[in-house]
Ligand binder design. Sequence first.
Ligand code: SAM
Length: 597
Amino acid sequence: MSEPVAWSPEGTPHSPRFGDIYRSAAGGLAQARHVFLAGCGLPQAWAGQRHWRILETGFGLGLNFLAAWRAWKDDPHRPQLLHFVSVEAFPVAADDLLRSVRPHPELQPLAADLAAQWWGLVPGVHRLVFEGGRVVLTLGIGDARSALQEQDFQADAVFLDGFDPARNPAMWDLPLLKAVARLCRRGAAVATWTVAAAVRHDLAQCGFVADKAPGLPPKRDCLRGRFDPAWPLRQDAAPAAATPGSAVVVGAGLAGSAAAAALARRGWDVQVLDRADAPAAGASALPAGLLAPHASPDDNLLSRLSRSGVRMTLQQASARLCAGRDWDHSGVLERRAAPARVADLGEPGQPWQQPRPDGLWHAAGAWIKPAALVRAWLAEPGVRFTGRAQVARLHRLEDQWEAADAQGLPLARADLVVVAAALDSAALLPAPVALHPVRGQVSWQLHGGELPMPASPVNGNGHFLPAVPLESGMAWLTGSTYGRGETSLQPLPQDQFANLNRLRTLLPEVAACLQPAFDAGAVNAWCGVRCASSDRRPLLGPVAPGLWVSTAMGSRGLTFAWLCAELLAARLHGEPLPLPERLAAALDVARQIPRDG
Ligand code: SAM
């Protein structure tokens, strides 16, 4: 449910829960600019920076975010990447976000973009991206303190913006300010509208040096300061975040091409090597796959991970692919033999899942051609693909890594290497990792619309895609088998029948119509070998200085490749994490290769 907002006749938004106003009607934007932006030295402070990371407490109606985004847009010296991280326990409805900017035409198009992504805001971290990925909003939905504890990055500027400390002490108390301080780099600016003595006292306790500054009339004062504790911080001794240089990615499937695009977008010069002639030659060559979140009664780890991944992949598909040809935001119907009991995800806006008489409807679901996404990521400026380059060994040369072939001939050299080579990854890593092959066979056939087909893709035990435009015509697809430990790339007749059998339970009428084609051997088969870790979750993280791995996407490459790529970039650059830290840890390769210290 969305948080109710009461609007006064003059347009002042009021919170019935807290008995306080979000801000004044007309002066809100001017206050946001004076108190928060100017209070943190913006826009001057971010001029010419690679990235700038703002942390806010209390997203509310998003006015501070929209004001920061507007300032970024209007500034010729803006940073390449603006990260805005905010936390909110009680998200409002999208209509209230739009209503809030009625007095401010310059914010209206931005608010419309925000409102379009304002769906499915269940507790957890949600990443919304704007301006082609150059303005990134990371929203922690939940109580501020725990949401802050789930992040790990270094803020350059902090906007403290709860309701009045007297009415809403939890947004200003010492534990909350400590949680804020943990996320600040030394020197980070801090700004707020309150000059309450208790807040100033607790800020000082946490290492902020803050003073009263003139407020924007009718307010007399506001507070401005810096995070500069007298005591040493762990970050003082930690190695600086990576500066973009040269990178080699081994593997041009979903995981590798996503990592390449995420790095190139941050200024890395990336070469992607693959043993095949062309990209997407392995499991990513699947003609089309389903993107749908995992639903579970207890909203388990996979459900939460998959929601993060699905939202991020959807953004990529809509920004980079041709709808109707490369993908379709079709929604997906989930049907199971036992009716799906799933967690109730009450949330503002369009929900993730809705029960229907025929199953569970996933509005976020889609089908996507993985190879199209691979090509789109490799087309990011700054990425080069080199085929027929089989990396057999990686070795350290001074500050760089060299990739060499089986004869020891150098193929490439770079500051950073990302291994995303599925099963081949194991041989390239300095410590053993367990990677398991999982063979998958999909059955497909062209059709001319003469068969009774479901209106959308159906998922359950197996899946069915009714209409995917291939080069040769419109096709249905069904699968997939899950052959643990199998590596053969030869289509197997028994797997065709396994797919038909599963379809009998999933969609009995469709299976009955397609049976003659299966019996006649007229159905085509595609098979590939996926790579999975022992616990079926991806493996992402550093394995040696300058050497990272991003692999083991299993049968969920569409869900996890971009999430892992953005997580890799976030970790490298001290950027906000795209998902809660505990979930990020569940993808960390450290669970297989413990890191020193
Ligand atoms: N910064 C906002 C803007 O620019 O529109 C206004 C923020 S409003 C003054 C304060 C927000 O803090 C409200 O949206 C409220 O729901 C949220 N809030 C209050 N207590 C909270 C808590 N304990 N954890 C997270 N959010 C909280």
